[in-house]
Ligand binder design. Structure first.
Ligand SMILES: [Fe+2]
Length: 379
C-alpha cells in the first residue's frame, strides 16, 4: 500500500539529470514514476515540469540493521584495493609474476571492515569511468564473495580465501587483447573464443604461487563453470566445480548485471536476483544462489523483492502488479493480472498467488515511466 508519510518528499527543481535516487519515485497519488537507482534523465524531468508536478516522493532505503546505514567497507580499504590491483596489473603487463602481498592485505582490511560493520550497507563500488570497469568489478566480486561466504557460515580462513579468489577471478583478462575485453556490446563468436581463455590464463598466473591456496586457484580457473555443465573452460559439473567457485560465479554475474555500462542499462537489484533465481540449478548451485537471493533481498529491503505496487510481466506474457507478499517467499508475491497474454486489458483484474500458481513466474519488472503511466490508468 502507498503510504505517503513514510516517503521522502523531493522538489522537482532539485532533480537533476544523472541523479540517482535510492528508492522508487512516486507521484503524490502513489503512481510509480521512475525505478530506484536508475539515473534520471532530461526527458523525464521535463515531463514532470510540463505536467505541473512540483513534488515527487521516494522510499528511503532501509537496511536490515534497522537504521544503521554506515557503509560496510571503508573508503580507505577500497582505495587500497584499487592500488593493489593497479600494482598487479602493471607487474603482469611487464611480464612479471604478480606480487600478491597487497592483494592479501586488501582482503584483510576489507574483512576487518566487514566484521566491524556487519549490519552496514553493503557498499559496492560504482563505476566511475569506462576504464575502471575491470577494477571496480573485481573489487565488487571480492566484496560480494566475502559477504556471501560469511552468510553461508564459513570460518574466517575460508571467507578471506574466497574473497581473494573473487578479487583475483578475472586476472587472466590482462592477457586478452583490450579491444576484446573493453568492447562495447556483444562479442563475435571468434572474440568470445578468445575471451573464454581468461580463466586458464589467470590460472597460469597464480598456479605456481606457493602463498596461494588451491581454493583461490580453483576459483580463478572455475568461475565460469556452470553447476549443470556447459560452462568453460572445462565443462565441469556440480561438486567437481565446488562451492567456492560458485560463490564467486553468482557474485560475478550479479555485479555484471547491475553495473551500468555505456552500452547497456543496468538490471535493477530485483531483476538481477530474478536472473539468478532463473538460472538456479543450471548455472548456479541452488544452495549458494538461494542464500544469495535471500541475503541480498533482506539487505536491500527497499524492494522487499518486488515492492507492492510495482508492475511486472509474467512468463506467460501477462502484465500485472504486486498486491502483496509473504516474507518467506519474497520471490513469489501476489499479483493482480491487468492484461492477458495478448496485451488486452481485463475488465476485472485476476488475483493470483505465485506461491501456489506454479504455471507463472515473474519475468521482469516494468520500469519504463511511459509504460508505468499507461498501466496506472488500468488500476
Ligand atoms: Fe571471468
Amino acid at each position: 500500500m502507498f503510504e505517503k508519510d513514510k516517503l521522502k518528499e523531493v522538489e522537482v527543481t532539485f532533480l537533476k539529470p544523472g541523479s540517482i535516487l535510492s528508492g522508487i519515485l512516486f507521484d503524490e497519488k502513489g503512481t510509480m514514476l521512475w525505478p530506484a537507482r536508475k539515473p534520471l534523465n532530461d526527458i523525464f524531468i521535463s515531463k514532470l515540469k510540463v505536467k505541473g508536478i512540483e513534488k515527487v516522493y521516494y522510499v528511503p532505503p532501509k537496511w536490515k540493521s534497522g537504521g544503521d546505514q554506515a557503509p560496510m567497507f571503508s573508503t580507505e580499504s577500497l582505495n587500497f584495493a584499487q592500488e593493489a590491483l593497479d600494482e598487479m596489473v602493471t607487474q603482469i603487463k611487464y611480464g612479471k609474476i604478480p606480487e600478491l602481498k597487497n592483494a592479501k592485505t586488501t582482503i584483510e582490511k576489507l574483512f576487518h571492515d566487514m566484521e566491524l560493520n556487519a549490519n552496514g550497507f553493503l557498499n559496492l563500488m560504482v563505476l566511475k569511468d569506462y576504464d575502471s570497469y575491470t577494477y571496480t568489478h573485481s573489487i565488487n566480486v571480492g566484496l560480494l564473495s566475502m559477504f556471501l561466504t560469511k552468510q553461508l557460515g564459513f570460518n574466517t580462513y575460508f571467507i578471506q580465501e574466497i574473497a581473494l579468489g573473487g578479487f583475483l577471478h578475472d586476472i587472466g583478462k590482462i592477457k586478452i587483447p583490450s579491444k576484446i575485453v573493453n568492447k562495447h556490446g556483444n562479442l563475435t563468436d571468434d572474440e568470445f573464443k578468445v575471451m573464454k581463455n581468461h580463466p586458464v590464463y589467470g590460472f597460469k598466473l597464480v598456479k605456481d604461487d606457493p602463498s596461494l591456496s588451491n581454493y583461490v586457484k580453483k576459483v580463478v580457473l572455475f568461475h565460469h563453470e556452470k553447476w549443470a555443465g556447459g560452462g568453460y573452460p572445462l565443462g565441469l559439473k556440480g561438486d567437481a566445480i565446488g562451492n567456492f567457485a560458485q560463490i564467486v560465479a553468482v557474485s560475478d554475474v550479479y555485479d555484471a548485471l547491475t553495473t551500468e555500462r555505456s552500452y547497456k542499462k543496468p538490471y535493477s537489484i530485483n531483476d538481477a536476483l530474478l536472473y539468478v533465481m532463473r538460472n538456479t540449478n543450471t548455472h548456479f548451485c541452488s544452495y549458494i544462489s538461494q542464500r544469495f537471493i535471500y541475503e541480498m533481498s533482506q539487505r536491500y529491503e527497499l524492494g522487499s523483492f518486488y515492492p507492492v505496487g510495482a508492475f511486472v510481466q509474467l512468463t506467460t506474457g501477462e502484465i500485472g502488479y504486486i498486491t502483496g507478499k509473504d516474507k518467506e517467499y519474497t520471490m513469489k508475491p501476489e499479483v493482480a493480472i491487468l492484461k492477458n497474454q495478448k496485451g488486452v486489458p481485463l475488465r476485472v483484474p485476476i488475483q493470483i498467488d505465485l506461491k501456489r500458481d506454479t504455471s507463472r513466474q515473474i519475468s521482469k519488472t516494468i520500469d519504463e515511466p511511459e509504460e508505468i503511466e499507461k498501466l496506472s490508468y488500468l488500476l
